[in-house]
Structures are given as structure tokens and as C-alpha cells.
Design a protein around this ligand. Structure first.
Ligand code: N01
Length: 551
């Protein structure tokens, strides 16, 4: 790689020039390195964590596990990965997934071109050279022809935004940035603020291990039992008999997973009895089946209300105290329009003697005090406060890179009214910069291993196309991007998703523009669309050939 930056750590020397800079060593960044090596380009990566794993490195709170079945939440790009790795449970725990990321990194020697513990703090596109100039918090400067943001959508935890945190005499932690050394809760009085997926996963375990747990709930969420356990050997054998094809089929489904309990009809087209039986079947199966068992739960208010009522009944049945059960019922947004949670014993946890719920709609938090949490009803003393308060999703991690595109415009300014991206792959005015799972792509609405592999394949194929054809610049066409944003928004408007104040809508971060952040039409439709765009000669993208671009 030639000239290098002055050594700033025990990592490899950081080159001054490289073909591609990859930011992030999660599943997207690791795969990007593998693919870029295959087409013979030099790539170098920066990662803020000390090691690989991305979201699975940071989110090591008790109970963290994947909501997608392990057999599906796996890479498919190399046959050896499919045969060598065996998952121990239907839904893998965070430690096991992190082990998997490490195994892949070792298997393909992917760490050697990374500097860890390093954040990209600025990246500026230099028009004359068609190069990005990338700067890190360790003082490195690297020029590259292509910049690949594999930063993950949920990698910037929201700062605890409650007044008085600095006065607290106990300890506080965040689920999205959980300490690596064990957090001892034995004998402790613990508070959890937040009841999204992270809160709902850690609450049952913290309840078991602590002296007392108080859950501070602002908005109750819908949660369905994961039904975790050993993988059914017969099912595993069937999947493994044709594992590569299984992954291929997953890519051509709406959610990137096998459609298992799926009637394909409206919930309102069947009798109440039949509807209940199907909901029951989906509930007993686990996964997100309850959301997809009928085809209009996300769009038809009546079907949606039927699903919500079904879950309400389940909550009432699980929680012994009827008044407490009522507090746990989600009623302020349509079923599934905030990310559905999967849990293990969440609602039953509230039957424990050492667990209390504080309903913040009745008694809001006023401030954190030296002793604990002060609500309008009084002060609660704690040894430990757990913030499970979510992330500045999708745009937050991209803003953190300090990107400036053509004419020196910052990404923050370009997206002041909300993110605009062509296909979630490129942003007009930011040439030669690719985003994995960027805004307006399916991303978290589908199995992320599928969306990651699809995006990385597309990006690296596109780069190979440029290399082969002497093209030095690619940019998303502004009009194509506007049309795509319009299409994505109008699709979302046809659903109930836009009715919720969710992180999907950017509504969890004060001041964030209210824009639905994902393509809701399904991974299958998205993949077909993107393939068609390539077959049309990359319609909606503008290329500049070497002669015109580099003189
Ligand atoms: O965050 P969230 P998360 N005072 O934003 C509350 C993925 N994930 O980390 O709804 C009091 O969903 C907030 O209340 P409200 C998954 O995609 C995946 O749990 O804003 N409360 C809400 O209850 C998921 O959707 C997996 O009223 C405050 C909670 O905190 C995404 O990550 C596991 C508050 C935040 O919920 C994010 O989940 C975990 C305040 N100031 C996560 N601020 C797996 O696949 C926020 N809240 C396993």
C-alpha cells in the first residue's frame, strides 16, 4: 500500500492512499473487505470498537439475542461458512453471534486491514481528483477512490437525555454501549428506563439477578414470545441439505426469512374464530409471524386492531394483577408499527415480587437525583440505572462521519429536511460514496444478514463495473433520488407505520425530521428493482469516464 501514516496504535500501519476505505467491522464491513479483495482492490478499514462485531460487539447487555432465527441470520457468501458453523439455539445469544463474527474474521484473515479503536471524524470529496480524503480521531489521513460506509443503522445510542444524570451517586449504563466487564446486579436495586426491544430483552434477566427491579415505561410495546430453544433437528437437516438455495430463497421474500405461517389473505376475510386460530398458531410459532400471518395487518386498521386485541388478551392472561396488565397494554399506536419485540418471559416478569412498573404517562420523570430517579410521584433510590432508551437510528451514524460532498456541502445540511438517498445505496452530491443499508432501503425491515450481503454485492459489483470500464466517478442522479424518495414515502403512507412515533419515523430523537427511514415494499421487490436498474445500465446513476473526470 506504499506510503503510510505515522504509527498511532498497535494496529497495522495506516496507508496514505488506498482504493477503498471501509468504515465499520460489523457484518457489513467484514463482508465488504472479503469481496473487495476478490476483485483485487486495496481496502482499509476503520472501526471504533477494539474488535470486530459491530452492533454485536457493543450490545452485550444481559439477554441480548437475535430476533431472527440463527439458521437465517448467517452469511451465505462462502460454502465453507455454511458447513463449518453450527448454531446452538434457535435464536442465538449475543456472545454466540460475536463468536461467529470473530470466526469469520479469522477464517478469511479480515482483521489485517483494519485499524480498530479508531473513528472516522471527517471525509471530504475532492472533486478534481475524484477522491475522498478521510480523517480519523487518531490523526490519520487517507485518500481513497471509493468510500464505503458500513456503519450500521443502530450504532449511535441516544445520550441519556434526562436532567441530573451527572449528579447520580450510583452507576448508570446503556444497553447500546454495555460495559465489557460484568455489571454486578446481585443484591442491587436496579432501574431500567425504556421498554423497546433492548429493555424487553434485559428486564427478565435483571429481575432474576437483582434484589429489586423497577421498570420505567413511557410507552408500552407489543411483544411476542420468541419460543427460543434448541433448533429442531429435522428442520435443521432439511435446511442444511440445501442451505445455499435456502439463503437464495430467503433473499426473494419480503422479510429475508422463510415465510412459514402465511395465509396470504386479509385478517378480515376469515371468520373471527379462524382469525383467532391463525393468530394463536403464529403466537405459538414465535418470530415475527404474528405480523405476517395475514397480508394486511400493517395496512388495514381493522386487521391491525384484531392483532392488537389478540396481544392485549395475551398480556392480560400473563400478568396476575389486572391493573398492572392494563398499564402494560400498548394502545397508542397500531400493532407492529413500532418494531415488534420478541421476548422470553417478559410479561410474566411483572408477576415477580421484586419487580415494579412505573408508568411514566401517569408520573413522568422529573430528574435524576444523587440517590436515584425523581418522578412527579416521589423519589426512587437505585444502585444502578440502565438506559434502554434507543438509538439515533440510520442517519446518526452517517452524520458522525463528518461527510462533505460536492461544493463542500455537509451531509447534515443536505439532509436538513430528512434523509434523501437513491435506493439507500448512494446520496446525490456525494460521489463514489456507498452506504450499506442506507435510508430508503429495506434494512431493518428484513433479515439484516440478507440486506447486508445484497448491498455489499451490489456495491462491489458496481465498483468492479467502474474499474473495468474506466469510470472514475459515480453519483446518484438528483431527480432519480427525489423520485425514489417520493415512491418510498408514498408506499409508507399506504401503511399504518407512519401513525407511530417510532424510531422508524425518526420520532425518538428530538428535532429529527419525521421521515419513514425504510423501503417498506419488501426485500424481494427491492432486489428485483435494483437488478432492473443495473440491467438498464445503472439508470438513475451518472458516471464520469476517466478522461473527462481526471484531467
Ligand atoms: O430502542 P427503542 P431499543 N424517558 O427506541 C424509551 C433493534 N434491536 O434499543 O417509546 C423515558 O425501540 C422509549 O419510550 P417511547 C431493533 O430494531 C434488535 O429497545 O419513546 N423513556 C422506548 O420505550 C429495535 O427496534 C434487537 O415513549 C424513554 C425505549 O426507551 C432497535 O434496535 C435487540 C426516553 C427505546 O426503545 C431499538 O431498540 C435490541 C426517555 N427520555 C434492539 N427515551 C434484536 O434483534 C426513550 N425512552 C435482538
Amino acid at each position: 500500500m506504499g506510503d503510510v501514516n505515522a504509527a498511532t496504535s498497535a494496529g497495522p500501519p495506516v496507508p496514505r492512499r488506498v482504493d477503498v476505505i471501509v468504515v465499520g467491522a460489523g457484518f457489513a464491513g467484514l463482508y465488504a473487505h472479503y469481496k473487495l479483495r476478490q476483485i483485487g482492490l486495496t481496502a482499509f478499514g476503520f472501526e471504533g470498537a477494539p474488535d470486530v462485531g459491530g452492533t454485536w460487539y457493543w450490545n452485550c447487555y444481559p439477554g441480548a439475542r437475535c430476533d431472527v432465527e440463527s439458521l437465517d441470520y448467517s452469511y451465505s457468501f462462502a460454502p465453507e461458512l455454511l458447513t463449518e458453523w453450527k448454531w446452538s439455539e434457535r435464536f442465538a445469544t449475543q456472545p454466540e453471534i460475536l463468536k461467529y463474527a470473530n470466526y469469520v474474521a479469522d477464517r478469511f484473515d479480515l482483521r489485517r486491514d483494519y485499524q480498530f479503536d479508531t473513528k472516522v471524524i471527517a471525509a471530504d470529496f475532492e472533486e478534481a481528483a475524484n477522491e475522498w480524503v478521510v480523517k480519523t480521531d487518531r490523526g490519520d489521513t487517507v485518500r481513497c477512490r471509493y468510500f464505503l460506509a458500513a456503519v450500521g443503522g443502530l450504532s449511535v445510542p441516544k445520550a441519556p437525555e434526562i436532567e441530573g444524570i451527572e449528579t447520580f451517586n450510583g452507576r448508570w449504563v446503556q444497553t447500546g454501549n454495555w460495559p465489557k466487564e460484568p455489571v454486578d446486579v446481585k443484591g442491587k436495586h436496579v432501574a431500567v428506563i425504556g421498554t423497546g426491544s433492548s429493555g424487553i430483552q434485559c428486564i427478565p434477566l435483571l429481575a432474576q439477578d437483582s434484589a429489586h427491579l423497577t421498570v420505567f415505561q413511557r410507552t408500552p410495546n407489543f411483544s411476542v414470545p420468541a419460543h427460543n430453544g434448541p433448533i429442531d433437528p429435522a428442520y435443521e437437516a432439511r435446511v442444511r441439505a440445501d442451505y445455499a438455495a435456502h439463503h437464495k430463497r430467503n433473499r426473494m421474500t419480503k422479510g429475508g426469512v422463510p415465510p412459514r405461517i402465511n395465509t396470504g389473505v386479509s385478517a378480515m376475510s376469515v371468520s373471527a374464530q379462524e382469525r383467532r386460530a391463525k393468530f394463536e398458531e403464529a403466537w405459538n410459532f414465535g418470530t415475527f409471524a404474528l405480523q405476517s400471518v395475514f397480508n394486511d395487518t400493517s395496512s388495514n386498521p381493522d386487521s391491525n386492531a384484531a392483532a392488537a386485541a389478540f396481544v392485549h388478551d395475551k398480556i392480560r392472561a400473563a400478568v396476575n394483577d389486572p391493573a398492572l396488565a392494563e398499564k402494560l397494554l400498548p394502545t397508542t399506536f397500531p400493532f407492529g408499527t413500532k418494531r415488534l419485540c420478541l421476548d422470553t418471559g417478559y410479561y410474566a416478569t411483572f408477576n415477580r415480587d421484586n419487580v415494579d412498573l412505573v408508568d411514566l404517562r401517569e408520573t413522568p420523570i422529573e430528574r435524576i437525583t444523587p440517590a436515584g430517579i425523581q418522578t412527579t410521584a416521589g423519589e426512587y433510590p437505585f444502585d444502578l440505572i440502565v438506559f434502554a432508551t434507543g438509538f439515533d437510528a440510520v442517519t446518526g451514524p452517517l452524520f458522525a462521519l463528518g461527510l462533505t460532498g460536492i461544493g463542500g456541502i455537509s451531509l447534515k445540511d443536505a439532509w436538513a429536511q430528512g434523509p434523501q438517498s437513491y435506493l439507500g445505496l448512494m446520496v446525490s452530491g456525494f460521489p463514489n460514496m456507498f452506504t450499506v443499508n442506507g435510508p430508503s432501503s429495506p434494512s431493518v425491515l428484513a433479515n439484516m444478514l440478507q440486506t447486508i450481503e445484497h448491498h455489499v454485492d451490489w456495491i462491489v459489483d458496481c465498483i468492479a463495473h467502474m474499474e473495468m470500464n474506466g469510470l472514475v466517478r459515480i453519483d446518484a442522479d438528483h431527480d432519480a433520488q427525489v423520485a425514489w424518495a417520493h415512491e418510498v414515502a408514498s408506499m409508507a403512507e399506504q401503511t399504518l407505520y407512519t401513525k407511530a412515533d417510532s424510531w422508524y419515523m425518526g420520532a425518538n430523537v428530538p428535532g429529527k425530521p419525521r421521515v419513514f427511514l425504510m423501503f417498506i415494499g419488501g426485500l424481494d421487490r427491492y432486489v428485483e428493482r435494483v437488478e432492473r436498474i443495473v440491467s438498464e445500465g445503472y439508470s438513475g446513476f451518472n458516471f464520469v469516464p476517466a478522461k473527462a473526470g481526471n484531467e
